[in-house]
Structures are given as structure tokens and as C-alpha cells.
Design a protein around this ligand. Sequence first.
Ligand code: NAP
Length: 433
Amino acid sequence: MAISVAIIGSGPSAFYTADALVKSGIPCTIDMIERLPAPFGLIRYGVAPDHESTRKVSRSFDKTARGGGMTFFGNVEVGRDVSLAELRQVYDAVVLAIGAPFDRPLEIPGADKKGVHGSAAFVGWYNGHPDFRNLDPDLKVKAAAVVGVGNVALDVARLLVRDRKELEATDMADYAVEAICASDITDVYLLGRRGAQHAAFTIGELREMGELDQASPVIDAASLPTNFDDVAEEDRRIRQKMVEMLRGFAGLPQGKPKRVHFRFNCAPKEVLGGDRVEGLRVERMRTEGGRALGTGETEDLPVGLVVAAIGYRSPKIEGAQFDEKKGLYPNRGGVIEPGLYAVGWAMRGPSGVIGSNKIDGQTVAKTIVETLAPGTKPGRPALEELLAKRGVGLTSYAEWLKLDAAEVARARPGAPRGKFYAVEEMLKVIGRG
Ligand code: NAP
């Protein structure tokens, strides 16, 4: 009997797992269970809209989906429509490929004020994610702070200073294009709590900050390190290069209408204001042995918007052991326990590039085929029966292709697609509304 595998989620880690299982040559029935009618998770809703080339990886996922080796179950939510325990009862293997769609909280006084957003919510908002389409951040402010200096922080800062022409050529949600274009933001502060040698962004993404049409990067060259002893030896060369790039930014001519200020050794301490953000108190830090230590010296930044891009957490699914502190599922090489696996950010936390998920998928697929063949559980027919009994209106990959075509057809001129934002709207388009 074929091994029956349920993969929960349909982002990169899910598709790489499915692909590796198909390519193993061992008979498997693979069912991908996705909460939304649209697949691709992080690729569709996390990747910055002005990084369309990164999204092209979904073409190979599309090939996997159409190849006949797997089945897509859209509009089915584990926890609501079917439990993990039920899936484990009927599938030989269940793989958590659920990513890390929740924000790590910014734990400073005032972080609950209006105008403070986590990057998962903010990115989901501009990318038209059904959960965040109503976020409605107030951008009628002059300055914003983005906490963190990873690639997500750069995405948010860059998109806040792009102009209409640049944004309209992307698939950014219409409402977000309008809000950003109507915004008064001229200054964005990017805050790294440690020295620039420890910034988490990567060099290609940093380079873009020096090439923006409307905004100049601003940095005090005197704030940049010359000593890299506290950086791991294998990272030193690249970190030196990034700091040199930042030093180059300091020498660029200013004069563009907007600015992105890089502030290192600068930690958020308190969000100021009444009900809503009126400023951000930051503390000057010093970095010692790779750690940020407070100096007690503070400054108030006059910002009206704070986006915390400080990392993500996986959702907790009933029935699997979860590490609350790290926000992921403890595992060994992707094995949570026999029959239950994790891949991608659910497995190792929110780090690495999209390609990192390929290795996770291959590792877990190898373990599944080596330890579970031949399969013993029915899988798909049992799930279909259960969902039918509950009246769950699942959607197929063919229906996604219909939705996809409708999105491409309604794109703004020059843009790749015009997403539908609400699940009800998506269902209507595929004739299920
Ligand atoms: P990240 O790379 O882990 O960066 C998180 C940043 O937040 C770090 O600068 C971290 O500083 C800071 N931080 C964490 N807690 C903080 C706190 N309490 N106060 C102040 N600062 C805090 O995470 P990310 O930017 O969310 O990215 C997630 C992953 O997706 C990364 O692997 C990233 O490279 C990837 N990604 C890639 C792209 C791309 O390739 N274009 C785009 C987006 C995301 P410390 O280092 O001091 O902890």
C-alpha cells in the first residue's frame, strides 16, 4: 500500500516536501491541506511585492501540483475543519509545513498603542492576506520606525518610501498602494539594537537601499565598526563588506525627497503617546562580545508609526508538542515523533532563504520513505469522507488555477496580478460563493 502523507500548509516547505516525496519513486499519496483557496503561503503573502523574481519559484511548485503526484485541499483549516489527531489517525505521516505567520511581540511599554504593528501583520496587509486586509495602518504621519535590521525590516522600509509608479507595477494590494501614496512619511528609521557588524540583512537586499528612486540612505559613518573580532570567523568577510556598503551610503549625495536612517546600537525602550504612537524612546547601546548593552542614554524619535520586524512564530496546533519560547515544534531532523514531522520555519524557526526549505523537505521525505514504507493507513478517502460529513467546502488546484487566471486578468497595467483579498470573494470567483 502507498504511504499516505498529509502536508499541512502550501508554502515553500510544503511544496519542496511534496516534490521530494514524488521524486523518491516510492508509492505515496500526498495531500496538501491549505486553509486558503490560494496556495504558496510565504511566496504569495510574505515575499515583498517589488521582489517579483523571488516569486517565480512558484512556477516549479505549480509543476509539482499539476504533475499528478499530489492533491491540493484548499479552504480546509486544521483545528477548525479537521483536527491533527484525526489526520494522524488516517494518514501514515503528517507534516507540519505551517510556517511562522505570527509576530514575535515587541515587549516594551506602550507597544499596545495604536500605530504599532508587527511585520507579519504589516507585510500581510500590503500583500493582500485575508487575515490582515483590514489592518488599515495610519500612514498619515511624517516618520516611521522599523525595529530590527533583518531583510523583512528592509522590505518594509523600502516599500514605505517607494512611489506610485514603482508600487503600481507590483501586485501590492490596491488599498496599500493608495495608503502608501497618500502617506506623509518622509523619514523611516531602521533600528538595530547591536552594531552594524551584526545586522541580519543580506548584502543584495542592503544594496537596494542605496538605489531607491525617492529615498536616500542616511547613516553616520562614525557609528560604523572598524573591529570585527566579535563576528564569527566564517561570517567576517561578508559582514565587513556590508559595513563597507553602509560606509559608502554615508558618502552618497543627499537630496532625494525621502530618507531611510540606519541607526545601529539603538534599542527601542518605550512607545510614547496617548492612545496612539507619538514617538519612540530609544536607548543608545554598545555591543560587547556580540551582545547589546544599555548605556542609559536615550533619545526620542518623532515617529507616528512603529513596525516591529523582530522575527516570527509558528501557530500552535493542538496535539503536537510546541516550544513556546522559540515558537516552533521541537524535532530531530524534522521528526517530532514517528508519524509527525515538521519542515521549514515550523521546524527550525524563521531563518534562511527560500531554498533552505528544499533541504528540509528532502530530509523529511527521505525519513518518511525509509521508515514508513509500505503504508498502512487509508489517507485521502478517509479525509474526504470526514470533510464531506462536516460539509467542508474544499477547493481544488484546478479551482486555484481559475482564481489565478482571474487575478492575472484584473491586474493593474504592468503588474503581474491583482489579488482577491477576502476568502468569500475568492470562493465567489471560483463559483462557490
Ligand atoms: P531576522 O533576519 O531574524 O531579523 C530580525 C531582526 O530583529 C534582527 O536584527 C534582530 O536583532 C532584531 N530583533 C529581534 N528581537 C528584537 C528586539 N526585542 N528588539 C530589537 N530588535 C530585535 O528576521 P526577519 O527579518 O523577520 O527575516 C526572517 C527570515 O526571512 C530571515 O532569514 C531573512 O533573511 C528571510 N528573508 C529574506 C528576504 C530576502 O531574501 N529578500 C526577505 C525577507 C525575509 P538581533 O540580531 O540583535 O537579535
